[in-house]
Design a protein around this ligand. Structure first.
Ligand code: ZN
Length: 150
């Protein structure tokens, strides 16, 4: 009986390890009425051709008051981009239009809404420091994190 149990457990672990090995080329990120993302670090497998971020807003406050988006940029450019984005207005998702510093970005969403963005991984440099943030005015101080290509 002991032997059988061990064998069964080994089977479970083998299955779990196999699943983890397959490159997961998307991530789910939730945002809240408390002005937070549920993660502060996203790892993109270098083997992915493209990567998708699925953003949800599990709160209930409207986009014009507690809106959130997910923006990918170089860490060194985050602060300037966030500050310039404030004056771009919600109609531009609080980002300067056609700005090369924006590598990828979703639209601004409110409570109960969801959105996603897909971008090319080959365009990213594994040696570069990338970050994600929310460009809604005042949010980037709390709503940001690192993005690494591994
Ligand atoms: Zn936000």
């Amino acid at each position: 009986m002991k032997f059988l149990l061990k064998t069964a457990l080994a089977g479970v672990f083998t299955f779990a390890a196999g699943g983890a090995l397959a490159a997961d080329c998307e991530v789910n990120v939730d945002s809240t009425d408390q002005m937070r993302f549920d993660t502060d670090a996203i790892s993109i497998p270098a083997s992915c051709e493209s990567f998708t971020v699925n953003l949800t807003h599990s709160g209930s406050i409207a986009a014009n008051i507690m809106g959130h988006n997910w923006v990918l940029t170089k860490t060194a450019e985050l602060q300037a981009l966030a500050q310039e984005g404030m004056s771009a207005g919600i109609e531009n998702n609080y980002l300067p239009p056609d700005d090369a510093r924006v590598i990828a970005a979703t639209k601004i969403i409110g409570g109960g809404e969801s959105t996603s963005v897909t971008f090319d991984v080959a365009a990213l440099n594994p040696e570069e420091d990338y970050s994600f943030f929310c460009s809604f005015p005042g949010h980037y101080a709390l709503m940001k994190g690192t993005v690494t290509i591994d």
